[in-house]
Design a protein around this ligand. Structure first.
Ligand code: ADP
Ligand code: ASP
Ligand code: MG
Length: 404
């Protein structure tokens, strides 16, 4: 007997037929004798619709009301799944009230497993604010985080993330048809993949998994429950500690994101204090600056500075810099929204030199210009024109021999 968390994402609960399929997956685990907590997302498209309504109601809306509206999507699915499970018949408890994210009453859930043999059905993506008791939401994709938090709280053996792909791939399979499924991915790598654009897991869920040592298993909900061998290992990807990874490749995967914008400050004074004058006001405005490149000064007096900010902060960032023009002293501000960040990730990079250099050459051969570069121990990121995203990702995917 094991204790499991099963999380089902939006496409996996998109209609009643799919919810019935989810119920059969749950029954499969219950019949195998396991204690099960199920976490569900809103039905595909539901959250977007709710968010859209909030925006339509008022561009600047109250965050608490937003949370109340947007969290309802998951509550609908949790209710529907409980109804379908009761038909099977499986005893359920809508454990919503027992789950405060980051302060989950694990003991209460475990008691219900033991005493009442209930399956706990939980609405993902939300928690209850500690002081006010109001509902809060966890950011887009937050049901992953709910699932891992619950797995940690009940000391689950595994947290199964059921989704519309059968695992974590070397790159987004929608963009790279030749992407391959990875058997195992280290927490640290998954953290980079997720924060650099692979949306298969929310970043925070990976962080939580790493801290609490939760074994996260990404797998497909589209497999027929009847076809799964209860004693076999289903296809999927295990997110686990680095020490559990036997064959470490140099490059594990490639992620990309179009959610960034580039700002270039032309002919800025090349003297001490200028970087502070630029990035200070941006930090005060709560704008995260990511990649930064400063050109070598040509005339010894002025230089160009390029950096990226989240696309959603682009306008605010330019306004902030225009206001600071007097203090900074520059000639011109250029910006671009049509940029993409492509990132190559792999723990193996720690012990291999020249990994990034290969990429520069391969992209140059395709005529792709690199606007900015950042590197760290286990990844490097390149900023390019958004039009070339797919080409760049596929080129790098073959370059590092990740193709099937
Ligand atoms: P869910 O609704 O189940 O939470 P998501 O849409 O949030 O599912 O995440 C699954 C999607 O993530 C896949 O359909 C896939 O297109 C995308 N994705 C991006 N990068 C990767 C990757 N490296 N491996 C697998 N899927 C990825
Ligand atoms: N329904 C929420 C979203 O679409 C949370 C989730 O699916 O994980 O972002
Ligand atoms: Mg998701």
């Amino acid at each position: 007997m094991a204790r499991l968390v099963m999380k089902f994402g939006g496409t996996s609960v998109a209609d009643i037929e799919r919810i019935r399929n989810v119920a059969r997956h749950v029954k499969r685990e219950v019949d195998a004798g396991h204690e099960v907590a199920v976490v569900v997302s809103a039905m595909a498209g539901a959250t977007d619709r709710l968010v859209g309504w909030c925006r339509e109601a008022a561009a600047l809306h109250d965050a608490r009301e937003y949370d109340a509206v947007v969290s309802s999507g998951e509550q609908v699915t949790a209710g529907l799944l409980a109804i379908v499970l009761e038909e099977l018949p499986i005893l359920t408890s809508n454990a919503h009230a027992a789950a405060r994210v980051l302060d989950i009453n694990g003991a209460e859930l475990v008691k219900r497993f033991k005493e009442r043999h209930e399956v706990a059905v939980l609405a993902g993506f939300q928690g209850v604010h500690k002081e006010t008791g109001r509902i809060t939401t966890l950011g887009r994709g937050g049901s992953d985080t709910s699932a891992v938090a619950i797995a940690a709280a009940i000391a689950a053996e595994r947290c199964d993330i059921y989704t519309d792909v059968d695992g974590v791939y070397t790159s987004d399979p929608r963009v790279v048809p030749r992407a391959q499924r990875l058997e195992r991915v280290a927490y640290e790598e998954m953290l980079e993949l997720a924060s650099l654009g692979a949306k298969v897991l929310q970043v925070r869920s990976v962080e939580l998994g790493m801290v609490h040592n939760v074994r996260i298993f990404v797998r497909s909900s589209f497999e027929k429950p009847e076809d799964i061998d209860p004693h076999g290992t289903p296809p999927g990807t295990l997110i686990c500690g680095e020490e559990e990874i036997v064959e470490q490749q140099v490059v594990t995967g490639i992620a990309f994101s179009k959610d960034e914008a580039q700002i270039s400050i032309r002919r800025v004074q090349d003297k001490p204090g200028v970087a502070a004058a630029i990035f200070g006001p941006l930090a005060e405005a709560n704008i995260n600056v990511d990649m930064i490149v400063q050109n070598v000064s040509g005339d010894g007096a002025t230089t160009d500075l390029t950096f990226t900010v989240p696309a959603s902060d682009y306008e605010r960032a330019t306004e902030t810099l225009i206001k600071a023009k007097g203090q900074v002293g520059y000639e011109r501000l250029d910006g671009a929204n049509d940029v993409a960040k492509v990132s190559v990730i792999g723990i193996g990079m720690r012990s291999h030199a020249g990994v990034a250099a290969k990429a520069f050459k391969a992209l140059a051969e395709k005529g792709i210009n690199i606007r900015a570069i950042t590197t760290s121990e286990i990844k490097f990121s390149l900023l390019i024109d958004a039009n070339y995203t797919e080409l760049a990702v596929r080129t790098l995917h073959s370059l590092y021999e990740l193709d099937k």
